[in-house]
Design a protein around this ligand. Structure first.
Ligand code: MG
Length: 380
């Protein structure tokens, strides 16, 4: 099987609001075009690749190819004024002994080798195939804002690429279209115009054509952090947990208000940011932090979180205390921390545990807290 690929990448990307060619815009850190190139580069079945681009993008595409160091021969060919002309130029650039052609839009970065192979297999049997998915929306024909017809949805498929053809067939279809001044938005239509049947092969809904910026998936990243803290219980101090003052005959000893739970949460946030710990940010040798509310410090950590482009996804914490019984206060603590972290209460979980009388917690000498926080990249 001598298989050639033509990637149509000569669009201007006006609807993307892009300065240059949209297929060179980054998608999750890579130029959009690179995804298609990698897909076909990974297929042993493919022998030749032709990328059709605008004259002014040839250099950038060349640089991209240099960086990728492909093992296949990839030609870069200047495109025409319309897609059909660009594809035709790509077809002509393939070696004369090519048997099968895969035509693909460079603006469909989410193509998979599985889908291409499904198409290639069907093409061997039918000579002309197009990947497509059943239309989910009801489609109406509209003229001057008024519906003139409702099309039967069960018969409607949204065409995608790749579209795969026997080489002589698609070449003939393009030449015939040129002769008859026929212009179509996909290659299957040109083969249909020859009277040759085109077989539909199920594509994938994820194989979208990136047309407007909203089509691009938001890059979502997560970062997790953990925190742990202990403070000693002493008389004559308030007991504050998660910003909530809890009536008890003892309180926690510390440089600030010694809110052990909030300290653990702050450390978890700093951990997720890769930004050290609270000791580095708020040293207890600095007198300005003496007696300060830990919630004020948490607000500063949250400023850091936001300034680095993150937001809290959720937080989970456990407070280890033999006494007092914390169950009645868990709701208030949750509300307080959710507010400070800028999330709904459902995204914060507070657990209380004794240590079965064991260790410093069990002897009531101190309270420990442990927290895990998940950050996610902030929606812009
Ligand atoms: Mg502490």
């Amino acid at each position: 099987m001598k298989v050639g690929v033509v990637i149509a990448a000569a669009g201007s990307g006006l609807r993307m609001g892009a300065e240059g060619n949209k297929v060179l815009l980054p998608v999750q850190g890579k130029p959009m075009l690179q995804y298609s190139l990698e897909c076909f580069e990974a297929m042993d079945e493919v022998r030749d690749l032709v990328v059709v681009t605008r004259e002014e993008d040839q250099e950038m595409v060349g640089t991209l190819l240099e960086r990728m160091q492909p093992t296949k021969r990839i030609q870069v060919v200047p495109g025409g004024p319309v897609r059909q002309e660009s594809v035709y130029r790509g077809l002509q650039a393939l070696p004369a002994d090519t048997q099968w052609v895969i035509i693909h839009d460079g603006a469909r970065p989410f193509i998979t080798t599985t889908a291409v192979r499904r198409g290639l297999e069907a093409a061997r049997e039918h000579g002309a195939v197009g990947l497509a998915v059943p239309v989910k929306d009801t489609i109406k024909r509209v003229r001057a804002g008024v519906v003139v017809d409702t099309l039967p949805r069960s018969e409607l498929w949204a065409m995608q690429t790749p579209q795969i053809f026997r080489y002589e067939l698609i070449l003939k279809a393009h030449q015939e279209a040129r002769r008859r001044d026929l212009v179509a938005t996909d290659d299957c239509a040109l083969v249909e115009a020859l009277g040759h049947p085109v077989q539909i092969v199920p594509g994938e809904y994820s194989n979208i054509k990136v047309t407007t910026p909203e089509d691009l998936p938001r890059r979502e990243e997560f970062s997790v952090g953990s925190g742990y803290d202990v403070h000693r219980l002493v008389p004559g101090r308030p007991l504050i947990l998660g910003g909530v003052e809890i009536p008890f005959e003892l309180g926690l000893l510390g440089h600030s208000d010694a809110d052990v739970l909030t300290h653990a949460v702050m450390d978890a946030l700093l951990g997720a940011l890769g930004a050290g710990d609270i000791g580095e940010h708020f040293p207890d040798t600095d007198s300005s932090y003496a007696g300060i509310s830990s919630m004020a410090l948490l607000a500063r950590v949250m400023e850091l979180v936001r300034s680095r482009g993150w937001e809290v996804s959720n937080a989970d914490a456990v407070v280890l205390a033999q006494r007092p019984k914390l169950t009645p206060w868990k709701g208030a603590i949750r509300t307080s921390l959710a507010q400070a972290l800028g999330v709904f209460e459902a995204r914060v979980n507070i657990k209380a545990s004794t240590s079965e009388g064991l260790g410093f917690v069990g002897r009531g000498e101190g309270i420990a807290a442990q927290a895990v926080v998940m950050l996610r990249s902030a929606r812009s």
